[in-house]
Structures are given as C-alpha cells and as structure tokens.
Design a protein around this ligand. Structure first.
Ligand code: DP6
Length: 319
C-alpha cells in the first residue's frame, strides 16, 4: 500500500500578519517576516482509505486541511479517498503556529501522494495557504519573507528565504504559559480586528517600515535592532487585538511575567527579546551564546508551566 510522509517546522513571525486582503483565499493585507524552527514540527502521513470516505486522524476539526486537500485534488484531478494523519510534536492550537506547520506538512505530503512530487514549492504554498496563511512561511528555511503580492488570485503571494539561519543564528526559549487551545482562533480574531479595531489600519500602514527595518537589522546582524523592531511590531499587533470589540486578549498572568523577565534580562545585558502570537505563550529569542542562561533563568517563572528549546533552522522542509 502506498504511504507518504512529510514534515514541516513551526515558524514565528518577527513582523506579523494580522489581516487579509482576501478572506477565502487567505491573502494577507501586508507582507510578513518570520523564522522557521528546527525542533517544533508537524508530521503528515497519507495512505489509502479503507472505505469510500476520507479518514482523518488530526488534532481538532479537519476544515482547514479539507481546503488544502480540495485544492490539491483540483490540481491533480485525483479523487481517491485518503487516510490522513497529522501530528504535532508540540502543543496544538496554543499560538505556537501548529496550524502553519500542519498545513505545510500536509501540502507537501499531498504533492508526494497525489502527484509524485511534480509540483513546485510555490504551487504547494498556494495549496497550504488555503488552510492557514502563515503556513506558506513554514515551507522555507531560515529567515523568511512572505510577500503579500497584489494579484487578485494570489499568484504573486509567495514566500522565500531572505537570509540563511547561519547568517545570524538565533536560539529560542518558549515559555509555555498555557498549552490549551486558544479562546478564539486567529482567523476569526483577525476578522474582528478588521471590523472593529481603530488601530487596524495604522498597523498595516506601518508594515512597510517595520519590514524594511527588520530586514536591514538581519542583513547587518544587528541583534538589538531586530529585538527593538520585533517587540514593537508584536506589541502593535496585540494593541490592535485589544482595541477590538469585544477585545481579543491572549495574554495571561504568565505572559506578563515572562515579558517583564525578558525586559529585566535585557537590561542586565543578556541579548534576548520576546514575541507573542495568538496565544499566551512567550517566545524568547536570544543569541546561541545566551541560550543556557536564558533557559536557566526562565525556570524560576512561577506562572510558566514548562519551557521548550529551539533554534532557527537552515533545513529545508521540502528536501
Ligand atoms: C498571530 O496563519 O493562523 O501568528 O491565515 O487565518 O489561518 P489564517 O491565520 P494564521 O495567522 C497567524 C497570525 C499570527 C501572526 C503571524 O504568524 O504572522
């Protein structure tokens, strides 16, 4: 029986995506900039279904994955029922980008199963984007720029590796404050922000400057500049969320505790900065040299359940 497996990493945005120019196609309003990780990954396996229906073994509702599948089927004209399993080796739905890595891994597996790897990465990224916008970034290693593009159908809405991880290595300590699924998913929360947040337009108007400064900071290997831009962009995104009606608040007590901890460590000269996505968990980036100290010092945080260690990766998920 034919069986294919594919995996893809989680990615963390340094300049965030929080709004769409096309809801159904998941086309972003503005471009975003992320790093792809090494350890936090999703694994997709596809085999033949035993009956006439697709069989799903995935975390939560398969609706996002079904959109990816429909797109791959339309491209390959292959309607065979499939048995699909997608597992994450880290908490799902807690703002750790599990839908991004799952959809990226699934799209890669579909290309293998239905098309013997005939489609290129750009096409695969169009399939995975239908399930989760930010999954496009998980298909590329290192520092990744996802271009919003202008084409109505999203043909130019593609990502690429802007810098190798080895250009400016970064380590990551994730403070897991809560590993339960978030109260509102990012798709619905983005719509609420679009409809009600007075800060939504300003956030997008500033995107070009954030992007340029973040790209320059990495180009110049300027850790502290990247720290400043990333934290500022993250706080701007959470301000957009919190100004929505009703407010979208992902922060918990442990989130604030970890943020203050990072600020204190940086004041003491430890090169680290935080970013937070659609969940309460705090991702602390630092230089590889500072990783052990950051890790050690985060162990004392009373409202942090556990810590995950990772680093920016140069391994291509698609190889
Ligand atoms: C806060 O990619 O999960 O992590 O396209 O609706 O599936 P959909 O949203 P998703 O949004 C990610 C939002 C974010 C910021 C980011 O990663 O850029």
């Amino acid at each position: 029986m034919k069986k294919v497996e594919a995996s893809a990493p989680s990615n963390i945005a340094l300049v965030k995506y929080w709004g769409k120019r096309h809801t159904k196609l998941n086309l972003p309003l503005t471009s975003s900039f992320s790093v792809s990780l090494t350890n936090m990954r999703s694994h997709a396996t596809i085999t033949e279904a035993s009956g006439t229906e697709d069989e799903w073994d995935i975390h939560g509702n398969p609706s996002k994955a079904q959109k990816v599948l429909a797109c791959a089927r339309a491209a390959t004209q292959d309607e065979r029922p499939l048995k699909i399993s997608i597992v994450n080796d880290f908490p799902s739905g807690a703002g750790l980008a599990s839908s991004a890595s799952s959809m990226a891994a699934f799209a890669l597996a579909l290309n293998s199963y239905l098309a013997d790897d005939a489609f290129d990465l750009e096409t695969i990224s169009h399939w995975s984007r239908l399930g989760s916008g930010s999954s496009v970034r998980s298909l590329y290693p290192g520092y990744v720029l996802w271009d919003a593009g202008t084409d109505e159908e999203g043909k130019d809405c593609v990502a690429h590796t802007a810098f190798a991880a080895s250009h400016m290595p970064l380590s990551l300590v994730v403070c897991v404050v809560d590993d339960q699924p978030k109260p509102i998913g990012s798709t619905a929360a983005m719509e609420r922000s679009r409809d009600t947040s007075p800060l939504y337009d300003e956030f997008h108007a500033n995107n070009e400057q954030y992007l340029q400064e973040a790209l320059d900071a990495v180009k110049n290997k300027d850790f502290y500049k990247l720290a400043e831009i990333s934290e500022s962009n993250c706080q701007a995104m959470h301000a957009v969320m919190q100004a929505s009606q009703p407010p979208v608040n992902y922060f918990k007590t442990g989130t604030k505790q970890a943020i203050e901890h990072v600020q204190k460590m940086r004041q003491e000269g430890i090169p680290c900065f935080f970013t937070i996505d659609a969940g309460p968990n705090v991702k602390i980036f630092c230089t590889p040299e500072a990783k052990d100290e950051v890790h050690e010092r985060c162990k004392s945080l009373s409202d942090v359940k556990h810590l995950l260690l990772d680093q920016v990766s140069d391994d291509s998920p698609a190889s």
